[in-house]
Design a protein around this ligand. Structure first.
Ligand code: DQQ
Length: 541
């Protein structure tokens, strides 16, 4: 059955069955978290050609356990008859939730933007949504705009003139653009004559997100209130139909334009270096934080998806904020996840010499949360950094994999390993000395994750800069959830979401192995290692 499938996640979000893609319109309203999602009511296949994608709807009080409701928006008007695509929710005037989403109007996939409002705001779950009478509220009709690449309106924010603004992702004159629209009442929109931002880095920007952050503060900012001085803005763009990158910059209020700290798109970091797309953030007014999550695809075949009866999961909700130096976003699973932890195990003061493998026992290694600190005993052995690696980190992770000895590292975790280690997933670090500082490489190497042929098994990787003169500890946190492996390196400076389908795990009584390891010349200390089994959350029912 669907629910007993060995690959089905126990605490990463997915509806009871069928295909999902992008998260849509996340919000916190009157004590309830709402999660909408691109959902195929007809099965576990990609609904690209059946033109029947709806907004699925689930609600939660803790971001861990979810109740599935009836779909909120379905294609049933001329303004969305070929699909209700992605969009956002905004809470207008403190208590009026509004959804703005893309409607596909014909089989050529021409796109317009529509509004939907809760039918009854006193229904705590906001089960039913009504489409606005003046839909579509925004049509393409802009010179140079490709009307088949015009979608995914953002959450609204208020400008200095008190008017609402939203951005819509588009292809304008062949390049990616964030088109800017203004409104007094959130229903009638006028286009601002210049985009918020545009770039030739991609031919299209999907699933834009625009939000403010305060350097060094993990308090989130509400985009519908005044933004404090010293805040920076972040523009997140879905580039090349598969990579979520972000750029930090300044929102120039006079010009009403976003000015990135750098226009060199090769330097724009990714929100996550793994299987993670169409991410969305929202301001959680309950805890004063900004939360992000994203769609993670299956990496087996579409016939496997049909057989499983489900396809697609979400990354675990993460708090997202800006580092002290204002250069990098940090992410960390929301603390509510800790309610799932049981069977804590705890090791202190381990020492990992070159070639050591330390087995982590006593927890459910298929459903686990692991936190481990690696402390460097000396930083003299760091190998030199080559900046060209930044441009193809996956290649570097393949070449410098866990079996290749380095000065400092590789060290990390081997997880979901079969008895003979024929199947294994490796999450590891390497430390390099660059001209100014130290660069840490984090890889999540899936190449041996499964004996099943034909899976997509990359060696994902990302780099982060780290001041080892100041801080000698590099942390790794990995959430293991059957076919999901979600890792946070250096306190959330690099995140890597991945999918794996080991065959040796079919039998639940036979647990895979988990090890901490070091394969570098320098000895690495592990001052703390904590791990837990994770209970099943209410996401699969
Ligand atoms: N998926 C949606 C689009 C969006 C794309 C359609 C990104 O609105 O641009 O399901 O995955």
């Amino acid at each position: 059955s669907i629910l007993s499938s060995k690959d089905r996640t126990a605490y990463h979000f997915q509806p009871p069955k069928n295909w999902i893609n992008d998260p849509c319109g996340p919000m916190y309203y009157n004590g309830i978290y709402h999660e909408f999602y691109q959902y195929n009511p007809d099965g576990s296949f990609n609904p690209n050609t059946s033109y029947n994608i709806v907004w699925g709807h689930s609600v939660s009080t803790d971001l861990v356990n979810w109740i599935t409701l009836e779909p909120a928006i379905e294609p049933d008007t001329p303004n969305d008859i070929k699909g209700c695509w992605s969009g956002s929710a905004t809470i207008v005037s403190g208590d009026q939730p509004v959804i703005i989403y893309t409607g596909v109007i014909d089989i050529e996939k021409h796109q317009v933007q529509n509004i939907a409002l809760p039918k009854n705001r006193s229904d705590p779950y906001l089960r039913e949504w009504t489409k606005a009478g003046n839909n579509p509220v925004i049509q393409s009709g802009v010179p140079g705009l490709n009307s088949g690449q015009f979608r995914d309106p953002t959450t609204g924010w208020i400008g200095p003139d008190g008017l609402w603004r939203i951005a819509v992702g588009a292809q304008l004159n062949g390049y990616g653009a964030a088109l800017l629209y203004k409104s007094e009442d959130f229903l009638n929109w006028t286009r601002v004559d210049h985009p918020l931002y545009s770039s030739n880095a991609s031919i299209m920007f999907e699933c834009l997100d625009f939000f403010a952050v305060l350097p060094g503060s993990n308090n989130g900012l509400d985009m519908s209130s005044a933004i404090p001085n010293g805040a920076k803005h972040v523009l997140k763009m879905g580039m090349n139909f598969g990579e979520d990158v972000y750029v930090i910059g300044v929102y120039d209020l006079k010009r009403d334009a976003f000015v990135p700290d750098t226009d060199d798109s090769r330097l724009w970091p990714r929100i996550d270096y793994g299987n993670f797309y169409a991410s969305k953030t929202f301001f959680d007014s309950k805890h004063g934080r900004r939360i992000i999550w994203a769609w993670t695809t299956e990496t087996d075949s579409s016939s496997d998806d049909i057989a499983k009866g489900w396809a697609g999961i979400y990354s675990f909700p993460r708090t997202i904020w800006l580092d002290n130096d204002g250069k990098r976003l940090l992410q960390w699973p929301v603390e509510e996840i800790e309610s799932l932890r049981i069977n804590e195990i705890n090791h202190q003061e381990l020492e990992l010499k070159k070639g050591d493998l330390f087995e982590i026992k006593g927890i459910d290694t298929l459903q686990a949360d692991v936190e481990i600190d690696f402390e460097l005993t000396s930083i003299d052995d760091a190998d030199p950094f080559n900046p060209s690696w930044l441009f193809d980190t996956e290649k570097h992770c393949r070449e410098a994999d866990a079996s290749v000895h380095g000065g400092i590292g590789p060290f990390g975790l081997v997880i979901l390993a079969s008895d003979n280690m024929e199947e294994q997933t490796v999450v590891h670090f390497r430390v390099y000395r660059s001209q100014k500082n130290y660069m840490i490489l984090m890889c999540s190497d899936l190449r041996r994750s499964s004996l099943t042929p034909g899976l997509d098994t990359p060696a994902y990787g990302g780099f982060f800069e780290f001041d080892l003169e100041k801080e000698r500890k590099i942390s790794l946190r990995t959430l293991i959830d059957r076919s999901a492996v979600e890792s946070f390196g250096g306190g959330g400076r690099v995140c890597i979401m991945a999918r794996v389908y080991p065959v040796s795990l079919v039998d639940d009584d036979h647990q895979p192995h988990m090890y901490a390891f070091n394969n570098g010349s320098a000895t690495v200390r592990v001052p703390h290692l904590m791990a837990w089994s994770m209970r099943r959350a209410q996401v699969s029912v």
